[in-house]
Design a protein around this ligand. Structure first.
Ligand code: ADP
Ligand code: TYD
Length: 213
């Protein structure tokens, strides 16, 4: 694995439909406009091999894969994403903004479908071993988020199809994660206008980057 570069690694996490992608785009635009060299990426995906694995994971019936198989597939995709996209960009000093990363595996596979968190953590330290510098956890009402997410009709709704109870469990999982990693996680209230959320996110990011926006 390449050495960590000078860049900064920022991730967005949260339940489906909470506004992560929207906020990742906004932050990217704000930082780029201020002259920061930004790379926006996403998981599962973010490299050509990982995008192929994404299709396997997100399409099809909810019970297509066991939680264990999912952990392996998400981790395989992440390893490719890290090698091909994230590490090279950080080594060039870029600010990498990823829509989801390892925290999603910790919560989706580790805590919701059998207590597999230990397995997720072991595989992470063996194959990934990288944490973001800053993580925004967008917290919001699962009912509203689910409605927003399904309204997109993306054809990638395998996880949304687990239903509202699952999204509520996920929400608590993300809040617990924020308590586990307080030095890098910031919980942002997503039940507000897009602009209000974007301003708060930008302020935290600017502070962490040591710049004014
Ligand atoms: P995620 O990436 O977390 O699944 P998205 O950013 O794709 O969420 O947002 C889901 C949907 O909700 C999109 O149609 C988006 O335009 C809309 N949306 C995002 N943020 C807000 C907000 N603060 N208020 C209202 N709608 C929003
Ligand atoms: P994403 O495209 O971000 O979905 P959404 O826009 O609905 O939030 O992510 C796809 C799905 O994959 C999402 O339901 C969460 C799930 N997922 C995991 O279960 N584990 C993981 O490690 C990752 C990265 C995503």
């Amino acid at each position: 694995m390449a050495e960590q570069g000078q860049g900064i690694f920022i991730t967005f996490e949260g339940i489906d439909g909470s506004g992560k992608s929207t906020q990742a785009v906004r932050l990217c635009e704000r930082l780029s406009a201020s002259g920061v060299d930004v790379l926006r990426t996403r998981e599962p995906g973010g490299s050509s091999g990982a995008e192929e694995i994404r299709a396997l994971l997100l399409q099809g019936e909810p019970d297509r894969w066991s939680a264990e198989t999912e952990i392996l597939l998400f981790t395989a995709a992440r390893r490719d994403h890290l090698e091909k996209t994230i590490q090279p960009a950080l080594a060039q000093g870029k600010c990498v903004i990823s829509d989801r990363f390892a925290d999603s595996t910790r919560v989706y596979q580790g805590a919701t479908r059998g207590d597999l968190r230990g397995t997720v953590d072991k595989l992470h330290s063996l194959m990934i071993g990288k944490e973001p510098d800053l993580t925004f956890i967008i917290d919001m009402d699962p009912k509203v988020a689910l409605e927003r997410g399904l309204a997109r009709n993306s054809g990638e709704d395998r996880f949304e199809d687990f239903g509202l109870g699952f999204q509520e469990t996920l929400r608590h999982g993300f809040l617990a994660l924020a308590r586990d990693f307080p030095e890098r996680c910031i919980v942002v209230d997503g039940n507000r206008s897009l602009e209000a959320v974007a301003s708060e996110v930008a302020a935290f990011a600017a502070d962490r980057l040591g710049i004014e926006l």
